[in-house]
Design a protein around this ligand. Structure first.
Ligand SMILES: [Zn+2]
Length: 291
């Protein structure tokens, strides 16, 4: 089988000027029976789940691209006011910069979820968020790996997957297509940027990471890579090279059913971090190269 969804190095969006009009737009596209990426741009995803009893949004994208998210939601027939829960994968601005404004659009009713670990980071860095200044927001709920987040047809399990940040949180759920009766196992990893685990890097210092955190990230990735996942919802489009593999029919979620994708993405990231520590991993042979 041809492997479409491979890890590719990110485009330098995050490092660019984020206060100008966004030039790299994408359509809304369906990734699972009741899930769409509505972020509207080629960098970071924002997944909308139609639970049947209101909407869940996983991550929000940038403030500068929020107009795209709102447009993509309306274009699919969804009203932002119906978002009941906003789940943040981690505290970084590219995932959370839109949260306050979306919260306002819901009449200040949506729950805002984050891990306790990243709430510490959110509080620690909120006065120092250049180049992504954050409008203030208050977390209303913290993830508990023992208690799934439930609404309508969805029951979302969470898992703390630190490394990119101390509190990066991954999401797991099933989604059934009523027309075919098929159920798909879906997952989104909470943070796979590995610069924060590179010894001596500014990013590592900023996240207060140690080499032990790198080892935990590697072990977590390798362990989770064996989970059977049908649909890998990458939090950044480059993690599965979606940009170059957009389905012709953006309503055809079966395009994203790929049993290797989650496994390969996580092994690639584990091997990337292993390569930063040659003394610890002298026999490393990369099995899943980066595109
Ligand atoms: Zn991040």
């Amino acid at each position: 089988m041809e492997k479409r969804f491979q890890y590719k190095n990110p485009k330098p969006r995050c490092g660019g000027n984020l206060s100008t009009r966004w030039n790299f737009t994408e359509p809304a596209y369906r990734v699972a029976p009741h899930v769409w990426n509505v972020a509207g741009q080629d960098d970071v995803a924002a997944y909308l789940l139609d639970t049947g009893e209101g909407l869940i949004l996983i991550d929000t994208g940038y403030e500068a691209t929020l107009y795209l998210l709102i447009d993509r939601m309306w274009s699919l027939g969804f009203n932002p006011r119906d978002i009941k829960k906003i789940l943040l994968s981690h505290y970084h601005g590219d995932h959370s910069q839109g949260v306050r404004l979306i919260y306002e659009l819901t009449g200040r009713k949506a729950e805002i979820w984050l891990s306790r670990e990243d709430e510490v980071n959110h509080q620690r860095t909120k006065d120092d968020t250049v180049p992504m200044p954050l409008l203030p927001y208050e977390v209303t709920n913290f993830y508990d790996p023992e208690t799934p987040i439930t609404l309508g047809r969805f029951s979302i399990r969470t898992r703390l997957t630190p490394g990119h940040t101390k509190g990066a949180t991954s999401f797991f759920f099933e989604d059934t297509d009523e027309e075919t009766g098929k159920t798909y196992r879906c997952a989104m990893h909470g943070g796979l940027g590995t610069g924060q685990l590179k010894p001596g890097s500014v990013a590592m210092e900023r996240e207060l990471n140690t080499p032990d955190d790198a080892v935990r990230f590697i072990n977590d990735c390798l362990e989770m890579s064996n989970m059977p996942i049908d649909i890998n919802m990458s939090s950044h489009l480059n993690q599965t090279n979606v940009d170059e593999n957009m389905p012709e029919d953006t309503n055809d979620y079966t395009w994203f059913v790929a049993d290797y994708s989650w496994h390969d993405m996580l092994v690639n990231r584990a091997e990337e971090v292993m390569s930063y520590y040659p003394d610890r991993y002298p026999d490393l042979v990369r099995t899943i190269p980066t595109l």
